[in-house]
Design a protein around this ligand. Structure first.
Ligand code: C2E
Ligand code: MG
Ligand code: MG
Ligand code: MG
Length: 291
């Protein structure tokens, strides 16, 4: 009934669908060439130690600097890249660019760990560990300085290939992290089999910490579970001082969120690390930047 309302309501609805489909099609055609045109870019967001407040690592987050639309976030174009079959190409660009940047930072005396995000489809590539291994060797990056984040739900999509890729990456010494934990449905038995070192608590729980005893109980339980399994815990999406205090009290090893820093270009990150005004007792790890 809603579709027919107002005479040409239906037509309007249809043409809007059409326009959407068109926009998506042209966007995917442009995305195909975004990497070679130099339009992809990595932003970096620090992870802060819960106790001590040092910065040991940053997460690389993909951006697309579209010539007309401006900055487009990964939530908008990663699904397109997956659907139209060029996530492997985009993913490979992320790996190479991260290694190149780490190499450059090393030369500048900045020895920081960097985490990249892998999508569900990348896990289906049997040679993924091989590709990442070749990139870190090419740029002379120690394997334990690269982390790979995979969302809990991506890890659950294809349990067998996830296990294979994780094992392959762990074998060459790369650290693995389960992202957005608490939103998927992984079994404890499965979690135990994955050679992950880190578990990231999803932002939705962090958001509710101050108001919901349930969210607090869940975060408490997740931290205990992770620690019992020998995993470090990172809380994502920390925006308030109250959230920070609760998370530190609950034992979260690292924190990440707008309270500390938004994702930023590599150049800004260096400036931020070198001359930011300390928030609380935050400082970067002495080992991160050469004296
Ligand atoms: P994620 O890996 O869970 O990354 C965290 C997202 O939350 C990022 O969004 C980050 O900008 C945002 N964020 C960080 N702190 C806060 C906060 O305090 N408050 C709020 N509201 N948001 C915060 P972004 O950069 O838009 O990325 C979205 C997702 O896209 C990522 O979620 C990740 O799953 C995916 N992604 C990003 N880069 C890549 C990539 O290179 N490859 C693949 N496959 N996926 C990527
Ligand atoms: Mg992530
Ligand atoms: Mg996350
Ligand atoms: Mg998330």
């Amino acid at each position: 009934a809603a579709k027919r309302a107002g005479g040409n309501g239906y037509t309007l609805f249809e043409s809007r669908m059409d326009a959407d489909a068109h926009a998506q099609l042209s966007l995917q055609a442009e995305l195909r060439h975004a990497a070679e045109r130099g339009e992809l870019m990595l932003y970096y967001q620090p992870k802060i130690a819960g106790r001590g407040g040092q910065i040991h690592s940053v997460e690389a987050l993909l951006r697309w600097r579209h010539p007309r639309r401006g900055l487009i976030g990964p939530a908008e174009f990663i699904p397109l890249a997956e659907r139209f079959g060029f996530i492997a190409q985009v993913g490979q660009w992320v790996v190479e660019e991260t290694c190149r940047q780490m190499h450059e930072w090393s030369a500048q005396g900045v020895h920081i760990r960097v985490a990249i995000n892998l999508s569900a489809q990348q896990l289906r590539d049997a040679d993924l560990a091989g590709k990442i291994g070749r990139a870190i060797r090419c740029y002379d990056i120690a394997p334990d300085r690269l982390l790979c984040e995979i969302t809990e739900s991506a890890a659950m999509e294809d349990v067998e290939s996830t296990q294979r890729v994780f094992d392959g990456l762990a074998r060459i010494g790369i650290f693995l992290s389960i992202d957005d934990f608490g939103t998927g449905f992984s079994s404890l038995g499965y979690l135990r089999r994955l050679p992950a070192k880190q578990l990231k608590i999803d932002r939705s729980f962090v958001q509710d910490l101050e108001t919901s005893p349930d969210a607090r109980a869940i975060v408490d339980a997740v931290v205990q579970l992770a620690h019992a399994l020998g995993l470090k815990v990172v809380a994502e999406g920390v925006e308030t001082e109250a959230q920070r205090a609760i998370l530190v009290a609950l034992g979260s090893d690292e924190l990440q969120g707008y309270l500390f820093a938004r994702p930023m270009p590599a150049m800004d990150l260096l400036d931020w690390m070198l001359d930011r005004t300390p928030v609380g007792d935050i400082d970067f790890a002495p080992s991160v930047i050469d004296a």
